[in-house]
Design a binder for this molecule. Sequence first.
Ligand code: NAI
Length: 329
Amino acid sequence: MAVYDTKPYDLLHLPAAAGPDVDLRFLNFRLSVDTAGTADGARAVCVFVNDAIDKHCLESLASRGVELVALRCTGFNNVDLEAARDLGVAVTRVPVYSPNAVAEHAVALLLTLNRQVHRSFNRVREHNFSLQGLVGFDLNGRTAGIVGTGKIGRILARILRGFGMVVVAYDPYPDPAWAAREGITYVDPITLSSLSDVISLHVPLTAETHHIIRRETIDCMKPGVILVNVSRGGLIDTVALIEGLKSGRLGGVALDVYEEEEGVFFEDLSGTVLQDDLLARMLTFPNVLITAHQAFLTHEALNDIARITGTNLQSLLQGVPFVEGSLLT
Ligand code: NAI
């Protein structure tokens, strides 16, 4: 198996999970049509969120005998599934890996941003012990709006209920029994926007969810709202986000993902000039907190990812079904 976009943490669990009979070829660049030639001799490729597995890339992989594209993530918006189906290439993902890791990171971002811990950390290190400008608000009693009540959204909802927040949610496939049990109310998206002091996105990126946060939706939000996105960058129109920050409509924005993150996130660009003007602008706001797609990065999640990927690889070798829920084609 050729493993693309390998980072040091990928080496922690994957070799053991794949088993001794599997030859893993770790590559530190992304898979795309331009690099697909490096899959020569591999029966499977293992990819992550920013590899570009479009039709041409899949054609190139199929012509080299690749039978499986194993995503070591949940989202699959970067793979042309229809083309894979036509070419007979199996595509698997990791359907569940510690959703707690992602939900807990959303909470880490929310608390840090609201209580301005990122700013006080820097101040105190400079021996500036002033509290000027660091006022936050109690989460207790405030309203959180969860967009998408799947695995991650549900865990976040429960954590925020634990803080004493009122939680409202929107999902086109609601689960009223779950909501009743957890004391959560489903509302329509406009009501969610107008009620919430905190809005957190937990939906997959699809044609329907692309830019669900845009000028019109931001205009419906409560002034001063904190927006959290640990799902996919394409859910938010970044230009509209910057306008909302400049006008003050948005009180704070915490992001673990960004629509143009490919080639930037996961890389050490500290010695270079940042070419992305929108990202550079966002980094100038004191009330914007950005992490570089690290919500999944816990030992538990990495272990789950490696275990499911390794099992699917063994399933390919032994001709048995893939892990339940992981096959996309
Ligand atoms: P899930 O599939 O369990 O839940 C997604 C939910 O979104 C479903 O309940 C679905 O009905 C709902 N949904 C679909 N379209 C919607 C819409 N237009 N409005 C509101 N709800 C909608 O997915 P899960 O496991 O909770 O993951 C959510 C997303 O989190 C993933 O798709 C992935 O993009 C992202 N993610 C990010 C990670 C990171 O490291 N930053 C790690 C893992 C996942």
